[in-house]
Design a binder for this molecule. Sequence first.
Ligand SMILES: Nc1ncnc2c1ncn2[C@@H]1O[C@H](COP(=O)(O)OP(=O)(O)OP(=O)(O)O)[C@@H](O)[C@H]1O
Length: 231
Amino acid sequence: MNTDADTTSRPAASAAAAGAAHVEASGVVRAFGPVQALGPVDLRIRAGEFVSVVGPSGCGKSTLLEIIGGLQAPDAGTVEVGGETLAGPRERTAIVFQDSACLPWRTVLDNVAFPLEVAKVPRKERRARAQELRVLPMVGWPAVMPAVAAGLRLTFGFTFLGLIIAEMFAGSSGLGQQLLRNVALARMEYIAEEIVLIVVLALVPFLLLTWIERRVNDRFGSRSAPRGSRS
Ligand SMILES: Nc1ncnc2c1ncn2[C@@H]1O[C@H](COP(=O)(O)OP(=O)(O)OP(=O)(O)O)[C@@H](O)[C@H]1O
């Protein structure tokens, strides 16, 4: 897979674009029995980039996400994040799964600040940092409200200052798309250039296209290809 194709740089990311790769996958392969789920994949993502991985159902998007997130190991190849070879989950990597992972009894603000709570950051500081993100107007609302919960998972990882991987359905609602756009904007304005945001989509909703700096559009694997073969 050549990731240099289909690249559109945004001004806010141009400084980071000159930097070294923050995420580097080399020859990554994953198979489940006879099913080659992924690869071989080579992928370089610089700090500050917003990369979308697009492909049909079953092409290996989730597998790639979990390998970069350290949740599963590749059968072959290596992944480096921040210059270190990945050997498992990292503290500074946030994964936003397709299914909602918010705590509905908490407010939006307390959900967004939750990763900082896990990291034992004092309450006052974590609320201040979460508030700074300004990604949702309804920070004081309870997350149990469906319209809030729909977008909250997108912001959930944004108090991690590292690598963020978000997995979304193609048919995400207008609200979901709008929130992702806002989140992307907040990221551009606020978050350190170390941040890498990878969004995994089955399709790219039209609204998102202007916010994708680089689109990696490929078929990674195939259901019945021999183990280790290139698709
Ligand atoms: N734990 C597993 N055991 C067996 N096969 C698996 C496992 N995980 C994934 N696969 C298979 O590997 C292939 C890639 O799966 P993956 O979930 O990465 O695809 P995807 O592109 O994320 O699909 P979707 O868009 O439908 O979520 C599929 O054929 C899937 O059935």
